[in-house]
Design a protein around this ligand. Structure first.
Ligand SMILES: [Mg+2]
Length: 183
């Protein structure tokens, strides 16, 4: 058996690392503190992996080509700023597709856990939607941090019902505060 020696942070993209929570990814921009947060995560020994639900693709509102062009631009931007991100992966499906990769399902996490030999018990999911990121972390056996950017405040208040059976391990103002809070 391969020893699972790596730890990772599974980041949500929109509303978490930048942009607004539910808008078109084409308008996405990183928050000013995001590079520092991702660099600090690397320094603390975490692999940075970004997972995003993009049901607009499945719904025909966004082409795969437009999505891929945007992701390529984001990857270039990260590289230019010396930020190391292992993967940016999306679920393109709508709810009606009943896939295994749409958060809070763990399909994309499972893929990365195998590819990078990740010890899930030492890993985190960080995002702004409790019903997606906190619930996914729970399903996978990782720890979770809810950030209050994007949909975070709403997720904790008027939408708390959508993930009422779960608790985040920690609540942070933003991704930089989140990374500072972990070992
Ligand atoms: Mg989000």
């Amino acid at each position: 058996m391969r020893i699972k020696s790596h730890k990772a942070i599974f980041w949500d993209l929109q509303g978490t690392l930048g942009g607004d929570a539910t808008g078109d990814i084409k308008d996405f921009q990183f928050y000013p503190f995001t590079y520092e947060a991702l660099k600090l995560a690397s320094k603390k020994g975490y692999l940075n992996i970004i997972l995003t639900n993009q049901s607009r693709i499945g719904a025909g509102k966004l082409t795969l080509k437009d999505y891929e062009e945007k992701v390529d631009a984001l990857k270039r931007e990260l590289t230019q700023n010396k930020v190391e991100v292992k993967e940016i992966l999306c679920c393109p499906h709508t709810k009606q597709d009943h896939c295994s990769c749409k958060k809070p399902k763990t399909g994309l996490m499972d893929l990365c856990v195998n590819k990078y030999a990740i010890d899930i018990s030492k890993s985190y999911v960080i995002g702004d939607m409790g019903k997606n990121e906190v619930v996914m972390a729970h399903h996978a056996g990782a720890k979770s941090i809810l950030v209050l950017t994007g949909a975070g405040v709403g997720s904790l208040n008027e939408f708390r019902e959508t993930w009422k059976d779960y608790e985040a391990d920690y609540i942070a103002d933003n991704v930089l505060e989140a990374v500072k809070s972990i070992e």
